[in-house]
Design a protein around this ligand. Structure first.
Ligand code: HOZ
Length: 434
């Protein structure tokens, strides 16, 4: 595969952008290659700077649930552009998207728009601390809630991919108030909240973990978080930046029937433009400035173009049968991959919730970050690179999720399974030859 133009662009980028990328997860370091520079994308296909075409399972790390360039979203963006790109003043579009979100997520009476998932979680933590008057927060190993200081502890996503335990530049004094516990460990969280619950402002969790690969919650985990935080007077924050409007229209909280105090959103609600949001009950949200004293602000927050893209996207997702169709496609992919891996004798643990999927190269059932780290990373890297050669674009890390969009057809999925079958076959043959 010719990657000359990508390589040239990467060299140029590396001179002016740290590591040549504007977010570390894009760097492809853990799979031993250089990133592909993207020229364009359409539907579920993405095209690099050398004209190579791939079936895309990154979907911009989650937002592109409708695939790339859905006509309805493009039209809405274009209409908004014609009114102006940013005013730093409220518009009708912010109300419309807020109303749509609130209608879909009943735990939210009010919502504040921000510009990214990181901003949403960072602001939600501040809000929880402001509301409770407590400092301590609990998160879970391998969950990633963006790159705010107090959340970069035992984090997933790029932090896990690059093997960074924390980050220099984050004051020790700040993370002293962050406790990271094993995901899905019900007893542990019960113990900790029983002992220190009165000091805890909030528990923040990805209700379906998507930043250490894909790890669904075990039965009782989310229920325990809900009941124990309530007992302790701490707030429960669902980071649904990935899962919101993705695993169901109402997010993971609708799927599992749990009502958090605060919800963080991003990705899908921006339809591919930079958006985040956080919200909760009227009572909790009334602590946010200017209604209350907890300060949070943003020049581009509620940006009209982004709002328009979000409204158009959610409108499509509301179509009857949308999630059932997506579920069918995703199931076809997970079943197919399981089948061809088994056939080749490659041990994988495949997990899936709706259109989010993970495939770990380990025989272990993956329930937490420790299990996820039993994956054979060399094998993942071989799989990633060979799939890329066959025209399948996956996230370049074992610790990221696979996203399926409504633009993927059965044909694309079957093509992917065929590519995986060939790849597993090659890997198995090489193992035998060793
Ligand atoms: N939250 C994204 C997936 N783990 C990563 C986006 C990024 O860090 O660039």
């Amino acid at each position: 595969m010719n990657r000359e133009n990508s390589q040239k662009l990467f060299n140029l980028a590396s001179a002016v952008i740290p590591g040549g990328v504007n977010s570390p997860v894009r760097a492809c370091r853990s799979v031993g290659s250089a990133p592909l520079f993207i020229d364009s994308a359409d539907g579920c296909m993405i095209v690099d700077a050398d004209g190579n075409r791939f079936i895309d399972y990154v979907g911009s790390w989650g937002p592109m649930i409708l695939g790339h360039r859905p006509p309805q979203v493009l039209r809405a963006i274009s209409k908004a552009l014609n009114r102006g790109t940013s005013f730093g003043a409220p518009t009708d579009l912010e109300i419309e998207l807020a109303q749509m979100i609130i209608a879909a997520v009943p735990s939210m009476d009010m919502v504040r728009m921000v510009n990214s998932g990181t901003e949403a979680t960072m602001s939600a933590i501040r809000l929880a601390r402001g509301v409770t008057g407590r400092d301590r927060i609990i998160k879970f190993d391998g969950c990633y809630h963006g790159h705010a200081d107090s959340l970069l502890v035992e984090a997933g996503s790029g932090v896990a991919t690059l093997g960074i335990p924390g980050s220099p530049g984050v004051p020790e004094s700040l993370v002293l108030n962050t406790l990271s516990l094993p995901y899905n460990d019900i007893t542990c969280v019960q113990d900790v909240l029983a002992r220190q619950g009165d000091q805890v402002a909030c528990v923040i969790v990805e209700p379906v973990a998507g930043n250490m690969g894909l790890v669904p919650p075990v039965k009782g985990f989310l229920e325990t978080l809900r009941s124990e935080t309530e007992k302790a007077g701490a707030l429960l924050i669902f980071d649904e930046v990935m899962t919101g409007f993705r695993v169901a229209y109402g997010g993971a909280q609708a799927l599992y029937g749990i009502v958090p105090d605060i919800t963080c959103l991003g990705k899908v609600i921006g339809g591919g433009l930079p958006v985040g949001a956080y919200g909760g009950t009227r009572d909790i949200m009334s602590h946010i400035a200017p209604q209350g004293p907890v300060y949070q602000a943003g020049t581009l927050s509620g940006n009209p173009v982004a709002m328009a893209a979000g409204i158009a996207t959610l409108t499509q997702l509301k179509e009857p049968g949308f999630y059932d169709e997506l579920e069918k496609k995703a199931r076809r992919l997970s079943d197919g991959l399981r089948r061809v891996a088994r056939k080749a004798g490659i041990q994988v643990c495949i997990s899936r919730v709706g259109s989010m999927m993970g495939m770990f190269f380990t025989p272990t059932e993956v329930k937490n970050f420790k299990d996820a780290k039993t994956s054979d990373l060399e094998l993942f890297s071989a799989y990633y690179n060979r799939m890329l050669e066959k025209g399948i674009y996956l996230a370049p890390s074992q610790f990221e999720a696979i996203f399926i969009s409504s633009a993927h057809t059965s044909k694309h999925i079957d093509q992917t399974i065929t590519a995986a079958e060939a790849t597993f076959g090659e890997i198995a043959a090489e193992r035998l030859a060793r």
